[in-house]
Design a protein around this ligand. Structure first.
Ligand code: ASP
Length: 611
């Protein structure tokens, strides 16, 4: 940190009896001839041959204030000429209509300006580390995070926080109207297993014992259902000590929801209603409901992803049967024997794609786990060599199955179902981005976006962790298996499909939830699969297991990433833009310099010795 200089450039004044009459976003033609007192920051100033124009800014907007020798007096003009960018001033004067050639339709206040008669310099600024009025936003992000209070002054970023507030208020109003109660759950908690690392907080009173910061309110919201709360929500802070990716932060906010006496159907309806309200109130956009639903199996098979972007087609096609008849495609036969498949994707008008480019596609799917990639150009001239793979009518059957027409390209590969679909799904996403770009949807303003929400449901309950050689819950261990799959818990956990769902928007996962296990007997069986003994489970969350003994209503819920919702609504691509004081990728806060060292005294009190 640099030493503060606290430079005073000029004599500063207090507010005295001055009060704002209007904000900097308020004055219009109707105010012409009125007296006004404005206060704000000097956004930029322009000297036009002895006349000084200042764009005065506050959270509400920008107003042009003008110092002319004839209206302001020479002395005032001279003082105003000392003002630097971002100084805080108060001005008093008369609202005037701008000359016709000086109207600014870009600005809400652009019809008028304030002819300044009096000026107070309330606060001056050190030289700025970067310009707040730089619309191109050229400063590097570390610098902006270090001086976050300057960064947050930028109108573009301030607008994101106004939107965030509006979204929070809409969410609260909608959920309240549906009988949900907002209840705060504790921040110092027993660890909540969500699969990430906990932040832990040492106890001063109980040396050697620790609280965890909640990865989510999961255990507590379920306990609230047992407590009879019926419908809960919270804009909940969730803390996870994970390695950060571009769209992750150690602290994030969820719209956390839990409901009693429901199945997924009612959760979907409540959440759809919530998004309809958010999009209507924050963006003025009408969303159609119900959102489409598909199973995990269908999403993977058709799109090669459990969070498919359905704004573009490029669907995958199962061509296992046809490939199995190919004399050449021995790999497909082998794959099929091992429960694998052959999958194809048609690239419309792809016949013109160069061989080099097609080989790049192969690199993409290989890096994503596929064995290789075969490509056909659907051109009469290429038919003969393709017949080597698909003799006779088989070729037409193959192309027909792929929905390919002359001028297209078809790419296909084979191997184990999930891995193969996923690999081709990666290529699908890349090609889709190009399509979205050509349709002008990348970076388009929210009112020109296509919002394709959908539910992906019926995920497998467990995932095999190859390193640890054990089953782990795909979501969390409180998720209810399908009743018809309960018997697989002991015999074939990989086959257990659960009442687990994700909400997806344009290829982004917005949140996950599930119908919960409300019966202790089933909960115990699930814990056994993941290798958790009764004792360990009691140690970790005995209170919830205890509570189950006193009768739990069937319940279900979801956690929806709020920062991400705001990011998408604001048309931003960086989650940090939606969090007032975010952390860097190495989990530091460049503004307050946290994490920082603790005083030896503090450590002593906590019974902690650093090694
Ligand atoms: N607690 C879950 C999560 O944070 C959400 C839920 O199941 O409600 O992902």
């Amino acid at each position: 940190m640099t030493e503060p200089t606290m430079t005073t450039h000029v004599p500063l004044e207090g507010l005295d009896d001055w009060r704002r009459s209007h904000t900097c976003g308020e004055l219009r033609a109707a105010h012409v001839a009125a007296r006004a007192t404005l206060m704000g920051w000097v956004h930029r100033s322009r000297d036009h041959g002895g006349v000084l124009f200042i764009d005065l800014r506050d959270r509400y907007g920008i107003t042009q204030v003008v110092f002319r020798p004839e209206t302001s007096g020479v002395e005032l003009l001279t003082r105003a000429e000392q003002l630097g960018n971002e100084w805080v001033i108060a001005v008093r004067g008369e609202v005037a209509r701008r000359p016709a050639d000086a109207l600014n339709p870009e600005l809400a206040t652009g019809d008028v300006e304030l002819e300044v008669k009096e000026l107070k310099i309330l606060s001056s600024s050190d030289p700025l580390p970067f310009q707040v009025n730089d619309e191109l936003n050229l400063a590097n992000e570390d610098l902006r995070l270090r001086y976050r209070y300057l960064d947050l002054r930028r109108p573009e970023l301030a607008a994101v926080f106004a939107l965030r507030h509006k979204a929070a208020m809409s969410a609260r109003a909608y959920l309240s109207s549906q009988n949900f109660l907002e209840i705060e759950t504790p921040l110092l908690v027993k660890p909540t297993p969500e699969g990430a690392r906990d932040y832990i907080v040492p106890s001063r009173i109980h040396h050697g014992k620790f609280y965890a910061l909640p990865q989510s309110p999961q255990l507590y919201k379920q306990t609230l259902m047992i407590a009879g709360c019926d419908r809960y929500f919270q804009l909940a802070r969730c803390l996870r000590d994970e390695d950060l990716r571009a769209d992750r932060q150690p602290e994030h906010t969820q719209i956390d929801i839990e409901m009693s006496f429901v199945t997924e159907t009612e959760v979907f309806a409540a959440v759809e209603g919530l998004y309809v309200a958010l999009w209507r109130e924050c963006l003025g956009v009408t969303l159609n409901t119900p959102f489409p639903r598909m199973t995990f199996r269908e999403a993977m098979s058709r799109y090669g992803s459990d969070k498919p972007d359905v704004r573009f087609g490029l669907e995958l096609v199962d061509v296992t049967e046809i490939c199995a008849q190919s004399p050449r495609n021995v790999v497909a036969n082998g794959a099929r024997a091992a429960g694998g498949i052959a999958v194809a994707m048609t690239i419309p008008d792809g016949a013109g794609i160069s061989g080099t480019q097609l080989r790049k596609f192969e690199d993409v799917v290989k890096a994503a786990g596929a064995g290789g990639l075969t490509f056909f150009k659907v051109l009469a001239a290429d038919r003969e060599k393709q017949q080597v793979i698909f003799p006779g009518v088989l070729l037409e059957e193959f192309l027909g199955r792929c929905g390919a027409k002359d001028g297209d390209a078809v790419v296909f590969t084979n191997g184990p179902w999930e891995r193969t679909c996923k690999a081709l799904g990666v290529l699908r996403s890349q090609l889709g981005q190009a399509e979205l770009e050509s349709r002008g949807l990348i970076g388009a303003s929210p009112d020109r976006q296509e919002w394709r929400f959908l539910w992906v449901r019926q995920f497998p309950l467990f995932e095999w962790n190859e390193d640890a050689k054990r089953w782990e819950p795909k979501h969390h261990m409180f998720t209810m298996p399908n009743p018809e799959h309960l018997d697989y818990l002991e015999t074939d956990p990989g086959k257990v499909v659960a009442q687990l769902y994700d909400l997806v928007l344009n290829g982004t996962e917005l949140g996950s939830g599930s119908v919960r296990i409300h019966r202790p007997d089933i909960q115990e069986r699930v814990m056994k699969v993941i290798g958790l003994t009764r004792e360990q489970a009691y140690e970790k969350f005995g209170f919830l297991l205890d509570a189950y003994r006193y009768a739990s209503p069937p319940h279900a819920g979801i956690g929806l990433g709020f920062d991400r919702i705001v990011m998408l609504m604001a048309g931003r691509d960086n989650i940090r833009d939606t969090i007032a004081f975010p952390k860097t990728a190495s989990a530091t806060n460049l503004m307050d310099d946290s994490p920082s060292v603790a005083e030896p005294e503090q450590l002593k009190e906590l019974g902690i010795r650093l090694v």
